[in-house]
Design a protein around this ligand. Structure first.
Ligand code: SAM
Length: 246
């Protein structure tokens, strides 16, 4: 049976301590007790570990043998905000597929009430992402950035050290698979952007192009926003997940 994996909030060379939601789950649902074993991520390293003390709201592990890391991919997903139930599903699956960073983006066609409520949702999205990372046995803590407007997101991603791809149902020539096949050495970092339910506006399409993003298609069908996000990550993880890209 695979061992559970926890991400420690505090640690030193010999011990790691869980608190907050993870400790709560471990204590009250899994009935933590000294001697139980798990894997624990302690900063940059992952260890086999054994519980040595259970308190009211924290669990301390003794760290034993170090094990290999399995980090998320150098991929960030700019996810235009859409209905929160489906957005949560997309965040969970994106992290399972290896996205290291998710940036919730307010696009021209993001519904107004969702844009207004997004900031208050970030903590929940972070919890969902952390659970998905643990569940998929990633040793990285995924980053869920604060929601921002598309123009701001593009302005801070002008560097050519990363391949930047905007998924567009209007692109008829370039496919995502071809785009990824063109990844050059030293350019393994990747940004992917998927639009809201109403799609990108023509001004946004122009802004992506001026900012050096390549438009790519996922085929002739119009996919829902969450399907496009997951399908694109499944494709890139097939290539970027290879050890030569780590
Ligand atoms: N504007 C479209 C419409 O209503 O006809 C639908 C937009 S789609 C629901 C949401 C987002 O998913 C798009 O902005 C795009 O990023 C992505 N997407 C959907 N289908 C796609 C495809 N076939 N190729 C690439 N991206 C796609």
């Amino acid at each position: 049976m695979t061992r559970r994996r926890w991400i420690a909030t505090e640690f030193d060379e010999e011990t790691a301590t869980l608190s907050g939601d993870q400790a709560n789950h471990l204590i009250r649902v899994l009935r933590a007790e000294p001697g139980m074993r798990a894997d624990v991520v302690a900063g940059e390293r992952v260890f086999q570990a054994v519980i040595e003390h259970v308190a009211e709201a924290s669990v301390r592990f003794r760290l034993e043998q170090e094990v290999a890391r399995d980090d998320s991919l150098p991929v960030e997903l700019l996810l235009a905000i859409f209905k929160f139930d489906r957005m949560e599903w997309a965040i969970e699956k994106a992290v399972e597929l290896g996205a290291g960073t998710i940036v919730p983006v307010i696009a021209r066609r993001t519904e107004k009430h969702l844009a207004q409520a997004a900031t208050a949702r970030v903590d929940r999205w972070r919890r969902i992402a952390l659970e998905a990372a643990k569940q998929s046995r990633s040793s990285s803590v995924p980053e869920i950035a604060a929601p921002c407007h598309l123009s701001e997101a593009l302005a801070t991603r002008r560097s050519a050290d990363r391949l930047r791809i905007v998924l567009s149902e209007h692109e008829k020539i370039m496919t995502l698979t071809r785009c990824i096949a063109n990844v050059k050495p030293g350019q393994e970092k990747l940004s992917l952007a998927t639009g809201p339910e109403g799609g990108w506006s023509s001004e946004e399409v122009a802004l992506f192009s001026e900012s050096g993003w390549t438009a790519a298609s996922l085929g002739p069908r119009i996919l829902r926003a969450e399907t496009a996000a997951i399908a694109s990550l499944a494709l890139v993880s097939g290539l970027l997940g290879k050890p030569s890209f780590r």
